[in-house]
Design a protein around this ligand. Structure first.
Ligand code: NAP
Length: 254
């Protein structure tokens, strides 16, 4: 039986970065199905067009804009074109991230450290600087952090540290952007996407992760989308500065 989805986001305008596949696509699809007008973006025009078509086929009001999050002009275009078309912004999900190396922190090249900071943290701050003047009262910002942010280690150590930074950024911006804007984060566990395929693609590693969860499975993009839609909606209207861990019960303390 098809699951019925509430329409909590009618009349809202939502931007999701890196939303042409994986968790970002899952989130933008869910926001759209809940009634929001959605702005799809990622680096490649062809991916943007394909995602917009998939969303429109489901009756979603979707509009596509190419945006490499570390490109200042792309970020400006994303915000200006959205405001030109819809007149406002209610929801921004900062989902783009990179994990360019699996080296230990002490052997990481400076260029890798710069890229991790730039894409995983700085680009979201700069995007929100552009977005802020256009945010409506009751708006909602959501960062996509990671379970790896709570215990950065191994092949994802430095990437994990940038995700830890997002936990702090969530608290700091919730204070700075309240009371009109709520700022929260979703911390996914392991989800078999292209990004995580170097981990979840290995059946032994995958089974090890499944065993570390209390629910004995990996997460789905739908699990992450449901959490993001909740935080974006008025159902979460008294929640700000929080990180919702969606990781099947994996340990999540700093
Ligand atoms: P994914 O399936 O590989 O999707 C990546 C998306 O990002 C694509 O749409 C890609 O499209 C776009 N993209 C990549 N670099 C970009 C950039 N610089 N600017 C704009 N768009 C960009 O990845 P995912 O697993 O869904 O990851 C999404 C988020 O979830 C990330 O923040 C990641 O850290 C987080 N996360 C993932 C997991 C997991 O297990 N998968 C766990 C915890 C947290 P183009 O190629 O067209 O740019």
């Amino acid at each position: 039986m098809e699951k019925k989805i509430a329409r909590r986001l009618e009349g809202k305008v939502a931007i999701v970065t890196a939303s042409t596949q994986g968790i970002g696509f899952g989130i933008i699809e869910r926001l759209g199905l809940e009634g929001a007008s959605v702005i799809v973006s990622s680096r490649k025009q062809a991916n943007v067009e394909e995602a917009v078509e998939k969303l429109k086929a489901q009756g979603i009001d979707a509009y596509g804009i190419v945006c490499h999050v570390s490109n200042a002009q792309h970020r400006k275009n994303l915000v200006e074109n959205t405001v030109q078309k819809y007149g406002k912004i209610d929801i921004v999900v900062c989902n783009a991230a990179a994990n360019p190396s699996t080296d230990p922190i002490l052997s990481s090249k400076e260029a890798v450290l710069d890229k991790l900071w730039e894409i995983n943290v700085k680009a979201s701050i700069l995007l929100l600087q552009d977005v802020a003047p256009h945010l409506e009262k009751g708006s909602s910002i959501i960062f996509i952090t990671s379970i790896a942010g709570f215990q950065p280690q191994g092949a994802m150590a430095m990437y994990g540290v940038t995700k830890t930074a997002l936990l702090g950024l969530t608290k700091a911006l919730a204070a700075e952007m309240g009371p009109d804007t709520r700022v929260n984060a979703v911390a996914p566990g392991f989800v078999p996407t292209h990004f995580a395929s170097f981990i979840t693609g290995n059946s032994e590693v995958r089974e090890g992760i499944e065993e570390k969860t209390l629910l004995n499975r990996l997460g789905t993009t739908g699990d992450m989308a449901a959490a993001a839609a909740f935080l974006a909606s008025d159902d979460a209207s008294y929640i700000t500065g929080e990180t919702l861990v969606v990781a099947g019960g994996m340990p999540s303390r700093l």
